[in-house]
Every structure is written in C-alpha cells, then in structure tokens.
Design a protein around this ligand. Structure first.
Ligand code: DGL
Length: 270
C-alpha cells in the first residue's frame, strides 16, 4: 500500500508532509534525487532522463502511482513520459493542475472553457527551467482568461535550501520578490511554483506583504491525491511502510530533512 513521491531533493517533503497528514493510512515511498539536485538549471532532456529513471525506481519498489512533487520535473517530463506510454497499471501525476485549479476556482477535472476569474495579476516564482517551460501559463490559459502572469526565475534558492543555508535562501527570496515587484508592482496572488519554496513561505509572504494571497502546493496536492485515490483505490500499490530513499549521502540528507520538517526522518541509499 504505497504511493511514490518524487522530487529532485528535499522540496517534495513539503508535499509528503501534507499527504501523510491527509492520508494517514496510506504508506509513501519518498525518493529524493539529491545527487543531481538542483534540476532547475538543467535542460529539459536531462530533467526528463533523471525523472524517468527515478520514477522507474519507485515503480520497482512496488508503487503503482508516482507523484512528481517537483514542478521542474512536471514541466519537463510528465507529458513526455505519458506520451511515450507507461507500463501497464502504472501512473504518474504532476503538481501543476491542483494549483491552477485552485487559482482559477475550479473543481477537480472541470474542463469547461476558460473564463474570467477573480485574480488578475499573478506573480509566479519558480526555477529557471520551470519558468522557461511556460507550463504554468499554458495550464492557466486552458482555464482562465484575462490573467496577467509575471514570472520570476528564482536562481540559487533551491541550492541554498539543499545546502541547509537558510540565511542565504531568505536573502535570495527577498531579492527575487523585489525583482518581481519591479515588473508587477501589485500582484493580487503569488504562486510558489517550486516544492522547495514552501520551506520559505513566511519569507515570501513577508516580502510580498499581507495583501497578496500566496498559493503553495502541498495541501492542494494532498486534497487532489485523496480525491484521486477515492476514485482509484487500486492505485495505492504494494508495500506497507514509509520509506525515504536518496541518491545522495543518506546521513547528510536525513539531517537536513529532519531540520526542515522538525521531525526525525531517516533516508537510505537508493
Ligand atoms: N522542488 C523542485 C521543483 O518543484 C525543485 C527543482 C530543482 O531541483 O531545481 O521545481
């Protein structure tokens, strides 16, 4: 009974935390490709190859369903993997759609034509690769009209988080928010389009000001996964314990994960 959760590194733990709270009876196998993080500065082919190999590893552990808890991987690899054909009984889902549905006030799977929504000026913070992919803008255009999106590629933030340097991460977040608000002085909503960024959510909110509604993915993905598993209970997969796998140094990754989530997390080598 395990669902796979994949990220390039520690960021997907923000999603894992939310899905574990929402679905306490489901087991999860988390895989962080810390040896190759960050993905956000890699090209799309590279991200695709790394993501595909990590997803296959999770399938091998008995997970039938894998959540790409990584926007960069979702942008570069999800559609390509689905179009290439998945093995029988296996599924991969990304993290964009629940977020865009929340932003555009839609229920799950509402594929009606795009319409006007209450947000008009949206600030998008994401990795350089996600911003370059324009995947958010594409998903948004399927659902909403009249929304102006200003994107900020937040170079360096994921590296600082992976290195456990919170002071540097905070300084970078403040400077990226400043750069964004020079281009769009009054956003009414902000999207944290990288699963590492909820670890810095209070810094984003403080820099943006209290009037800006900040959307982050963890709880939205958890609700959407709960809904999916109610409709597809057969996708829960095999295995009945939570596992944490990393391609990096398990001790170093465990320490940082424990520090970020403020509970003991023990990774083993994949
Ligand atoms: N958490 C990944 C995301 O959501 C980070 C990507 C990276 O490794 O740069 O995009």
């Amino acid at each position: 009974m395990a669902v796979g959760i994949f990220d390039s590194g520690l960021g997907g733990l923000t999603v894992l935390n939310a899905v574990q709270t929402r679905l306490p009876d489901v087991s999860f196998v988390y895989l962080g490709d810390n040896a190759h993080a960050p993905y956000g500065v890699r090209d799309a082919d590279d991200v695709y190859a790394l993501t595909k190999s990590a997803v296959e590893r999770l399938w091998d552990t008995g997970c039938d369903l894998v959540i790409l808890a990584c926007n960069t991987a979702s942008a570069a690899a999800l559609r390509r993997m689905q179009e290439a054909g998945l093995p029988k009984g296996k599924r991969v889902l990304g993290v964009f759609v629940p977020l865009i549905e929340a932003l555009t006030e839609r229920n799950w799977g509402d594929n009606s034509p795009p319409r006007e929504v209450s947000v008009k000026n949206v600030a998008l913070f994401a990795t350089p690769a996600t911003v370059a992919s324009r995947a958010f803008q594409r998903e948004l255009a399927f659902r909403a009209i009249g929304v102006d999106v200003e994107a900020q590629a937040c170079g360096g933030v994921v590296d600082a988080i992976e290195e456990g340097d919170e002071i540097l991460a905070e300084a970078l977040v403040r400077s990226h928010v400043e750069a964004l608000t020079r281009k769009m002085p009054k956003p009414d909503a902000a999207i944290l389009g990288c699963t590492h960024y909820p670890l810095m959510e209070s810094t984003f909110q403080a820099a943006l000001g209290g009037d800006v509604k900040v959307f982050s993915q963890a709880n939205l993905v958890a609700d959407s996964l709960a809904d999916y598993l109610t409709r597809h209970p057969d996708m829960i997969g095999q295995g009945d314990e939570n596992l944490f796998l990393t391609t990096g140094d398990p001790d170093a990754v465990s320490n940082k994960a424990t520090q970020f989530l403020r509970r003991k997390i023990t990774f083993t080598s994949t």
